[in-house]
Design a protein around this ligand. Structure first.
Ligand code: LLP
Length: 453
């Protein structure tokens, strides 16, 4: 899932300034008066006003990414849903923004659905995911009138059918299929199937059995198929391979049942640049490979081209976001390393310890200075693995500096925790030189709101 993107060369003081880091920063980033600016706002001033740690996200970048997906998918075929994967970063404001851009929303729990409902998100544009939706989550989905539920198991299919029939409803569904293609960052692996907790494998005819059952069950309407081959994918041919496999399965479905797939959802997964060596594919190229690929495969087998859906998460929000911290202490351990400790850590970014993820760091108040040293950015938690960035080229740090970790817009806030009863940072959206809280910083009262005395 969160594999490091590209092989990492040994870290050296690379003399780079923030101006050299634009590939991993929001599109509005610039260096002015020696500071890092985002969206026309000085991030050092933002840190002073909003406090640290704080997640700062550039609204222009988020909207631009959504628009790019719409543009370069519908360029090849008009009937494509761009479905933002809310697990990457979700807030009520984010849901509203996705709605304003005309996109759909992937929710993967009742909690995420509750956010969409509170945002007034159009329910017909919701895709529901999850490999074990509880009966109450299924009821919440039916009662909300969600557009489509991606069914993941036989049990869930039976359960959903019964719940829909009880309510006199018919729910559109997709079936999640495991194509037996798993994407690695730079390549794909044919797994032959199927060691996955997700979806229906094609071995032993399970996926075909699921399709047949879905067609006959009352209360559900089989619309088509879903797949998701991985995340942080650089190699577009991984998508192309999986598309070949799934469209061939569409042909088998037509041959065996006479039913044509009306909606094909190829999931998310496009990689982004976390570090300078990373060179992800563009959304434009992705759109061509996926949408043209599906069209070509359908033509090959004489199938009608279905409506399509893509489900990007990371590539919408990752580079839109940075985390701003204040440097609190600096420990230079002679001949070993220098630790720069910040006022956050694994509670606001678990990806470093969980996946060995790598990030670029810079000092926002010294953005025009070269990164003259290598330091390890450590958090404030009681755990030696609490590292935010391992071996980061950095400007010369001093206590009180504002340390910016780049490309933290995806899967950081959404995977954050209250370890050590740390309050979670707030999230600000920046637009046209001003900022607003979209999620305020937690307080100690928030930490205790579920406590019983
Ligand atoms: N659709 C489905 C069904 C998914 O499971 C996911 C991500 C996406 C779409 C969005 O994929 P994306 O475009 O963001 O790659 N926590 C990990 C990532 C887990 C991704 C899980 N599924 C990380 O921090 O790298």
């Amino acid at each position: 899932m969160g594999r490091p993107s590209a092989p990492r060369p040994p870290a050296v003081p690379d003399q780079k300034t923030a101006a050299d880091l634009m590939a991993v920063l929001p599109m509005t980033a610039e260096v002015k008066d020696g500071h890092l600016w985002i969206g026309g706002l000085d991030t050092v001033a933002l840190a002073a006003e909003a406090g640290t740690a704080v997640y700062a996200m550039d609204e222009a970048t988020i909207r631009h990414q959504l628009q790019e997906y719409v543009r370069w998918t519908t360029y090849h075929w008009p009937h494509v849903d761009v479905v933002y994967a809310g697990k990457a970063f979700m807030s009520v404001t984010m849901c509203k923004l996705v709605a304003e851009e005309g996109c759909c929303l992937d929710v993967s729990s009742g909690g995420e659905l509750a956010f969409a409902l509170r945002a007034g998100f159009p329910m017909e544009r919701i895709y529901v995911h999850g490999n074990n939706k509880t009966p109450s989550e299924l009821i919440e989905c039916l009662e909300a009138g969600v557009g489509r539920i991606v069914v993941d198991s036989f049990e869930e299919m039976e359960r959903l059918s019964a719940l829909a029939v009880e309510r006199g409803l018919t729910q559109d569904i997709l079936l999640r299929v495991t194509p037996g293609v798993e994407a690695d960052t730079h390549d794909f692996i044919m797994t032959g199937a199927e060691d996955s907790k997700f979806g229906f494998g094609r071995n032993q005819g399970l996926a075909m059995q699921a399709v047949k059952r879905a067609i006959e069950l009352p209360g559900i309407e089989f619309q088509g198929l879903h797949m998701h081959i991985g995340s942080q994918i650089f190699a577009l041919h991984s998508f192309a391979k999986a598309i070949e496999v799934i469209v061939e399965f569409m042909r088998e479905i037509k041959d065996e049942t006479g039913v044509e797939v009306r909606l094909l959802d190829t999931g998310g997964g496009l990689g982004i640049a976390y570090g300078l060596p990373d060179e992800p594919s563009t959304i434009q190229d992705y759109g061509k490979v996926v949408v043209d690929g599906i069209k070509a495969e359908c033509e090959r087998w004489g199938l009608s081209v279905p409506r399509m859906a893509v489900e990007p998460g990371r590539s919408i929000v990752a580079n839109a976001g940075v985390t701003l911290y204040t440097v609190g202490s600096i420990k230079e351990i002679a001949n070993i390393r220098t630790y720069v400790a910040v006022d956050g850590g694994m509670s606001d970014n678990i990806r470093t310890s969980l996946y060995d993820a790598h990030y670029e760091a810079l000092l926002a108040n010294k953005a025009d200075q070269p990164r003259v040293m290598v330091a390890t950015v450590a958090g404030k938690h009681c755990e030696s693995g609490d590292i935010v960035v391992n071996d980061a080229p950095l400007q010369c740090p001093e206590v009180g500096d504002i340390l910016c970790v780049c490309a933290t817009g995806a899967y950081c806030q959404s995977m954050s925790s209250n370890y050590n009863k740390q309050v979670r940072p707030g999230v600000v959206f920046i637009r046209d030189g001003s900022w607003r809280w979209v999620v305020r910083r937690e307080t100690y009262d928030d930490l205790m709101k579920c406590e019983e005395d």
